[in-house]
Design a protein around this ligand. Structure first.
Ligand SMILES: [Zn+2]
Length: 295
């Protein structure tokens, strides 16, 4: 009898472990619910939206805009953008880099008691308005498609998840946006901190071969804080991130992973706390710099 109990105990003790081992685990750094959300949609010249694709849940952005014309964005994105604009307005001191006359970059201080003044230039654009913008750009650019303006269907602005954000000063002094925008403290602050609000710099410098779009410091794409933080940390483009998470999903399914069960399990987990408190921090050079605590 003792032996029987011992055997039964052994079976009971080993059973849960063997059951757990037979189930595939989602080990990718980003939760499955995040990668399967609407915020990971990939739109580019190889992944075009249909002409009748219109996102739901759109609202009129209430942040500072370049004109009184309504600019629509996804409601979640509009709220995140408002949060970012409000935080930027509290940044009264900031170290940023400017290009010297000899081509080297030197730090200089932004200082303004009113803080950084961001302005929204563009948000949601319909397929037909992108059609007009694209053709106007081609006409202005001698018929050459240099990647700056996207053909209709391949613009992220059709998703309602993308926002072009400039500084008020840059907008007042530049009719057209170009990479000189990086020379503004606001663009550099956004590059450093936009991820805390769920945005990525969608078209980074030196990634044109992957994104097929030249560097655009002003073009922010909402992907959610978790993914934005991961992309900022790894330096991946959205294209590369998409390949990576889809490979993780393929491997999960190959191992017998259950998507519904995983999503159900994730829904029971408390979301990770993220803080975006403005802090005074000091860089290596000892100069004051205002930054955010993120994770
Ligand atoms: Zn844009």
């Amino acid at each position: 009898m003792k032996r029987l109990i011992a055997v039964m105990l052994l079976v009971l003790l080993t059973l849960p472990a063997s059951v757990a081992l037979s189930e595939a685990e989602w080990t990718y750094e980003i939760p499955l619910s995040a990668v399967l959300s609407e915020y990971t949609i990939l739109v580019n010249r190889n992944h075009k939206l249909e002409s009748d694709y219109i996102p739901g849940n759109m609202v009129s952005a209430e942040v500072r805009k370049v004109s009184s014309t309504v600019i629509e964005l996804d409601a979640v994105v509009a709220a995140a953008l408002q949060d970012m604009f409000d935080t930027a307005a509290k940044v009264t001191e900031y170290l940023y880099r400017v290009e010297d006359s000899d081509g080297s970059w030197v730090y200089t201080a932004f200082s303004d008691p009113d803080g950084m003044q961001l302005v929204l230039k563009s948000g949601y654009r319909s397929y037909s308005s992108q059609y007009t913008i694209y053709n106007n750009y081609l006409a202005r650019n001698g018929g050459v498609d240099d990647g700056i303006s996207s053909p209709p269907g391949s613009s992220e602005h059709q998703t309602g998840l993308a926002a072009d954000v400039l500084s008020v000063d840059y907008n007042n002094t530049h009719q057209y946006m170009n990479s000189s925008n990086y020379g503004t403290p606001e663009a550099q602050w956004m590059e450093e901190n936009a991820a805390a609000f769920g945005f990525i710099i969608r078209y980074p410098e030196d990634k044109e071969d992957i994104t097929q779009v030249p560097y655009e410091p002003w073009h922010l794409r909402y992907v959610g804080r978790e993914i934005a933080g991961y992309i900022k940390r790894t330096g991946l483009t959205l294209e590369e991130f998409t390949v990576e998470w889809q490979a993780a999903l393929d491997a999960f399914l190959m191992d017998g992973g259950n998507v519904q069960a995983q999503l159900l399990w994730e829904s029971t987990m408390a979301p990770a706390a993220v803080t975006t408190t403005v802090l005074d921090v000091y860089g290596d050079d000892g100069d004051p710099e205002v930054s955010l605590s993120m994770w």
